[in-house]
Design a protein around this ligand. Sequence first.
Ligand code: XUL
Ligand code: CO
Length: 441
Amino acid sequence: MALIGNKEYFKGIDKIAYEGKESDNPLAYKYYDADRVVAGKTMREHFKFAMAYWHTLCGTGGDPFGPGTMNHKWATAVDPIQSAKNKADAAFEFITKMGFDYYCFHDYDLIDEAATLAESEKRLAIITEYLKEKQSKSGVKLLWGTSNCFSNPRYMNGASTNPDFNVLARAGAQIKTALDTTIALGGENYVFWGGREGYMSLLNTDMGRELDHMGRFLGMARDYARSKGFKGNFFIEPKPMEPMKHQYDFDAATVIGFLHKYDLQHDFKLNIEVNHATLAQHTMQHELELAANAGMMGSIDANRGDYQNGWDTDQFPNNIGETVEVMLTFLKAGGLKGGGINFDAKLRRNSTDYDDIFHAHIGGADVFARALLIADKIISSSPYASLRKNRYNSFDNGKGKQFEEGKLNFNDLYEIAHANGELTLQSGKQELFENIINQYI
Ligand code: XUL
Ligand code: CO
């Protein structure tokens, strides 16, 4: 049995409590009250907040212009297994102090990749046992696992879309182990983010063949996981670019079409990330609406970009107006299908104190909680829902209803138009809608 470490990494910070909006304690929730019921569910159930292992434990603040600035105390051991255990101790201490119920990881966030595939698998098996024990002691669960098939130079031309079959096979082996790890830890979902599934230049790329490979590969991964008893969802996480010039999982619309083309639509849903939406020149609400309409609003990677430079800066969420719009779609769709809110966000390079990571997650959770309360009020007591519905009331009966039921042909439209004569304009009332949202904020 692995020995669970007893070192405290975040000394002086206790469990974060809900103290209400009048509190001026920076290490307390002002809005996230885990057991408060809103729209029929507790906040805890609505959100399923998760910590992202990669940013919170592995990220050190490095950027292309300089090294990391954060000297994590859990990253000082030389032995990779000891180092991974220390990291797990810090992770679970953090998640527990935040009062979150979930975490998410890439395989090699948990433990460093070794020189060979066989040795990497052994390492992962050791840390999996350790994590199992930490999960059962704390009650913290795995929201999703994934595999890092983009950092190692072997994946520079892609993983499942690599023009070299042997690299594709290597990605298959790695993802098989990542699926085994996720299943062993009771993971509720499994994510595919196609970091290098795309191209830098079309001149050297057979896009059609690469897409066929990716579709077949994902089907094989699904079949393997199902054969091992995995009942959860598979999620694709759209992102239009970065690191590649163009990524195949460009945005929600592209991915939904891809899933249907390759017959993956019954097992796969979407993990939508705010900063990926804006990188694709969409709003987060646009991406969520598309996913919800396809029955594929699976999970959310919460963060935000930067309005001035547009990069994938992965900042913590703090825009209340935008998050209210997200929560309107969220509530309308009846919540996420299997997933939760994973803070795929990182501290700024110059946020180097240990309490900064708490402030970041507290702020993120409070923005979602506050937005949920506002969106619930907008839906339940403002004219918003009826105004929106009434814009379509010409389809609720008569010829409009017959059209929706497929009972009219094109010539019928022609005759109806002639009978109607010129029409009066119907205002879209956008400014009124905007004012109603602001009134409730
Ligand atoms: C990258 C990104 C990933 C995925 C998981 O932009 O969002 O961290 O969430 O691979
Ligand atoms: Co993400």
